[in-house]
Design a protein around this ligand. Sequence first.
Ligand code: A3P
Length: 286
Amino acid sequence: MEPMAAFRSQFECRNDDVFLASFPKTGTTWLKALCHTILHRHDQEEEEDILTKKNPHQVVPTLRVQHLLLSPRRRLMHTHLPYSYLPEEVTRSPAAAAGCRKLVYLARNPKDTVVSMWHFYNQVHKGSAGPLSVERAVESFCSGVMPWGPFYEHVLGYWEESKKRPDEVLFLKYEELCGEPKEQVRKLASFLGRSFPSTTDGSGGGDDDEVEKVLWRSSFGRLKELEVNKYGAVGEQGLHLSHTIYFRKGTVGDWKNYLTSDMARCIDQVTQNKLLGTGLSLDDFL
Ligand code: A3P
């Protein structure tokens, strides 16, 4: 049996599993740090601070059969697979309805995704292949010929599912996480069944402090400066990727520094065509 087919048929879900999904370079590292922190914020201090000892990609493993079988606690795992490639166990609704199994998808503005991917590619292949030009990166993105692509089908697969099963599939946007972090983190925590306690004195303190702590623990500024993320590497797809490579700029709109107006227009055009009639639009990512 092909490895993918074997994986899809052998994966066994638990009712309280949490799956994270994203297209590469859309904020996976952030989502992993946030969800881990939300779920374990009341554990022992050393548990909470595991992000000071391990890179988020080591803390939240990729969805694979072997790694996960023995995990004794609520499992949090991630995949870049498109929705249609997920194991049936994950997408089958009756089993999901039996428990509090959850799937969180993070989407990002396509232009920032292209720019982030382009930087990432050139870092990974530094010294081996010649640098990839930004023109080529935009061309492959728009044509859908890229690892884990096409981008739009990836986003829409999860988007459609989140509309059908809103209690089980949450669709988040990187730009909204940046723009209104507290609201988004509250929404995420409540979706995961780990809501922040509401304050009774109306002071806005209490739960606000807890939300801020989660955001701080997962923040770009903090993670980038942690020693653990300055050294070491994680293995992915046979590659060893340095921890530093996951923390570049962490902002919205960096595409303006790299894409010409023609390139931006070209991506916007493809985005509009692909999202037409889906309920998602370009404006959702501004
Ligand atoms: P940029 O290249 O635009 O800076 P992924 O984790 O899916 O590989 O995505 C990487 C992108 O997320 C990079 O974007 C990276 O800087 C950004 N990122 C990583 N950690 C982040 C965090 N804690 N908060 C916000 N953005 C983060």
